[in-house]
Every structure is written in C-alpha cells, then in structure tokens.
Write a protein of this length. Structure first.
Length: 255
C-alpha cells in the first residue's frame, strides 16, 4: 500500500475510543486520537474525525477507504463504529468509499505484537492469544500464529469461560508453544486465568493497529461496499427474555 493511500480507522469496541488517519505503511505519517468511549462514542466520534482530517489537511472525499473494528466487543460500540463508517463512506462521494471491517481481536493481537516488540526488543512469541472481557463471566478469545508474514488465524473468535481457557488454548496450540497473552482479560479474571501459560501484555485494540493491518487486508480483497459492512457480535444475546426470567423464577419456587 503506497504512502499516498489515505485511510481512516475507527475502533470503539471497548470503553476506549480510538481514531486514526494514515496509509498504514511502516513509518508513514499518522494522526490519531484515543480517549473515553462507551456511551460517549456516538456523540464524540464525528467531531474527532473532522478534527483529525483538519490536522492532516485531508478531506473526507480524498479518503481511499474507511476501516473499522467490527467486533466482537461492546454491542453499542460495534454498532456505533459500523454506522459511522457506513455514513462517512456514503457521505464522502456519490459512489461511496470502500469499507474494511476488521476483527477486533486481530487488531488486539496486532497491538500486542507491536507493544511487545517495543518493550522487549525481541521476537514476539510464535502465537498470540487475544482476549477481551466479554462481561457476564465470559471472554472473547481468538488465537493467531505470529510470524514474518504477519498474523494468521489459528482459531476464530469465540466466547469462552475463564476457567476453560487453559484447556482450550492447549488444545489449539502446538505442544511447547508459549503464547503471548494479550488484552484486558487477565485483569478482569486474575484468579480464573492464573493457570494459563504465556507472557501477558495488557493492551486494547486501537485504530493505529487497524491501519497497520489494512494494507494487507485491502490487497487480499477484504473491503466491501458500505451497505455490506456488518458488526461481528459472536454473542447473539445479552439479556434473558421475560419468559426466560419467569421460567427461572418458577423453577426456583417449585418444590
């Protein structure tokens, strides 16, 4: 991807909002912002995008694509990122802009890879376990091989109980591989995850990580039309129906 390529990246899948502009090429100019997300994201995201475009001296119409973290993560955050990416793509020019949805856990693994190399000044372990706290006593987890050719998925994103993670990782990774454990899950479930082998890096997915991933994903045909961009929820349901709650209460009082 040439340095003249202009990409906007949006990541709001956690409580941190992250936006970046750049080409994704190594050493290329980068304009970025990170701050509180959550419920504030929908109100602050568009003004932040405008500010970054002004800083870069770019216009919305001059962008080549919009990149967003599609999930898994916060339902509200994923919907916000997807909707804003679609709106900007449609509003940029008559034919629209390509939109590149990127897995949140892949962006998390890329951020961990970059952070580890800077901190340790050594090669990253051959595998990365990307983990985000999914609340409700569960984790979002995906495993990636890490090599000279970048990150390669070993297992897709899924939900996992913290106590089941050690066995799951052991079943996916080759024997003898000590992975990099990345994300915020170790802080959320320190006791339950104490038995998971690996080197821990506390990071979150970022828009700059999305930019670094974008050139390869765009070259492989990952971009879609704005109308076809969708979030990746993994968890299909966050609340029990009234009937389910009533059924549980009835079961509790049944002799």
């Amino acid at each position: 991807m040439p340095e003249t390529t202009r990409l906007l990246a949006i990541e709001t899948s956690t409580d941190t909002l992250s936006v970046a502009l750049g080409s994704g090429a190594p050493g290329a100019a980068l304009w970025q912002h990170s701050g509180p997300g959550g419920a504030q994201a929908s109100a602050t995201l568009l003004p932040l995008v405008r500010d970054l475009l002004d800083q870069a001296g770019w216009t919305l119409a001059s962008l080549d694509a919009v990149v967003f973290g599609r999930g898994p993560g916060s339902f509200t955050g994923l919907r916000t990122a997807c909707a804003v990416a679609q709106g900007l793509a449609y509003g940029a020019r008559a034919e629209g802009l390509p939109v590149l949805p990127v897995d949140t856990l892949l962006a998390l693994a890329e951020e961990a890879r970059c952070a580890f190399e800077k901190q340790e000044e050594t090669a990253v372990p051959g595998a990365i376990v990307a983990m985000l706290d999914a609340r409700m006593g569960e984790l979002y987890v995906a495993l990636y091989a890490c090599g000279a050719d970048g990150l390669r998925a070993l297992a897709p994103a899924r939900l996992c109980a913290p106590l089941d993670l050690a066995g799951y990782v052991k079943g996916v990774l080759p024997a003898g591989v000590t992975p990099l454990l990345a994300g915020n899950a170790m802080k959320a479930y320190p006791d339950e995850l104490a038995g998971v082998r690996g080197v821990y890096v506390s990071v979150l997915p970022t828009a700059s990580a999305l930019l670094r991933l974008a050139p390869r994903l765009l070259a492989s045909g990952g971009a879609v039309a704005a109308r076809d961009a969708l979030p990746l929820y993994v968890r299909d349901k966050v609340a029990k129906t009234t009937a389910e709650r009533e059924g549980e209460r009835s079961a509790e009082v049944t002799p």
